[in-house]
Design a binder for this molecule. Structure first.
Ligand code: SF4
Length: 337
């Protein structure tokens, strides 16, 4: 029985690099985009250097590219795999380094599947199919790409995932969500609530977001948003994390300006958590799980923390950011930009 009061990642087996002990993967939905040039993948974290003819990846590079019926016209970056609609995959030259994305019926009826990884696109309503559940239980190559069309996405997905867990179906699950919103901010709120909620419940071996703003597909923003949600849910750290208080009458410095200044110098420190708190009355408690703290302790005075331990008390704010960097450096966690 799962406790609702403690975080437990739901254990899944792995298929290729999805599930098991792997961090949750990010799938970029580029099925609506027309990709003709390698440089277009820069927005997805894959940077092509034409001089060396090599790819580099950022910390926020999508591992899977869902291409639909339009495979890349060039070889995919190393470390990525294209997901192709089943019919397209069947006629593709390089079936091993691509994987099929199938509907439930295609999966159940297919005479040819991938030997390592078969992605089944499925809605929660389709999970009442007994034959499908047996196959999901037994087939070690299957990855479920699950979505809900119900109004309450989170509740419906969570009950479907609870049912899978109760039936001991341990295939990896990619949480898929399509969103149409008037702005990226609104889309971010809905995606964070629904996908983030499932991640903090311990579900999800991957995320596939398809955000549309005013009818325009936002495939690059969808990938950034997916990584941001994974980071906020603490399931995959790919950038520095900042915990800052909302500020109130006790705030002793310009919180927004100071946060921007600290971000500008430290936003490359992957996985480091920095608390920036307006006052010493409640700040240390509010940043309880931060690695480092920058806390206002008087007019023009800052107190610096390592975890919950005070390292420098009441130093002038003028040199406080540099002093914070020195503490991070002393701990061996500083890297040059
Ligand atoms: S940490 Fe202090 S300044 Fe910030 S919101 Fe809490 S009480 Fe206000």
């Amino acid at each position: 029985m799962r406790s609702p009061y403690a975080y437990h990642r739901y254990h899944t087996r792995h298929a290729a690099i999805v599930g098991g002990e792997n961090v949750p993967r990010v799938v970029a939905d580029v099925s609506h985009a027309s990709i003709t040039e390698k440089e277009q993948l820069t927005a997805l974290g894959h940077i092509y250097d034409p001089v060396t003819d090599k790819w580099a990846t950022t910390d926020q590079a999508a591992e899977f590219l869902y291409m639909g019926a339009s495979p890349l016209p060039f070889m995919a970056p190393a470390g990525t795999r294209q997901l192709l609609d089943h019919a397209t995959w069947l006629s593709h030259d390089d079936q091993f380094f691509c994987a099929p994305m199938m509907s439930v019926q295609e999966y159940l009826n297919a005479s040819q599947r991938h030997t390592v990884m078969n992605v089944v696109a499925c809605t929660t309503d389709e999970l009442d199919n007994h034959e499908l559940l047996i196959r999901l239980h037994d087939d070690v190559t299957v990855v479920l790409c699950l979505t809900s069309h119900h109004q309450s996405y989170f509740r419906d997905m969570r009950s479907a995932l609870d049912v899978l867990a109760a039936r001991e179906v341990s295939c990896p699950v990619i949480l898929r969500k399509g969103l149409s919103a008037p702005s990226l901010d609104v889309a971010s709120l809905y995606a964070a609530t629904d996908i983030g909620g499932l991640l903090v419940e311990g579900y999800g071996d991957g995320v596939l977001l398809d955000v549309q703003v005013n009818g325009q597909a936002q495939f690059d923003a969808s990938v950034r948003l997916a990584f941001g949600i994974l980071q906020a849910a603490r399931t995959r750290m790919t950038k520095t994390e900042y915990i800052s208080c909302p500020s109130c009458g006790r705030t002793l410095f310009d919180l927004q300006e100071t946060t921007s200044m600290i971000r500008a110098q430290t936003d490359h420190l992957k996985g480091v958590k920095i608390g920036i708190m307006g006052c010493i009355v409640n700040g240390p408690g509010e940043m309880a799980d931060a690695d480092y703290g920058y806390v206002g302790s008087g007019p023009d005075r800052i107190t610096l923390y390592r975890g919950q331990e005070i390292v420098q008390r009441n130093i002038p704010s003028a040199g406080a950011v540099n002093a914070l960097i020195d503490i991070i450096r002393t701990d061996g966690r500083w890297i040059e930009k």
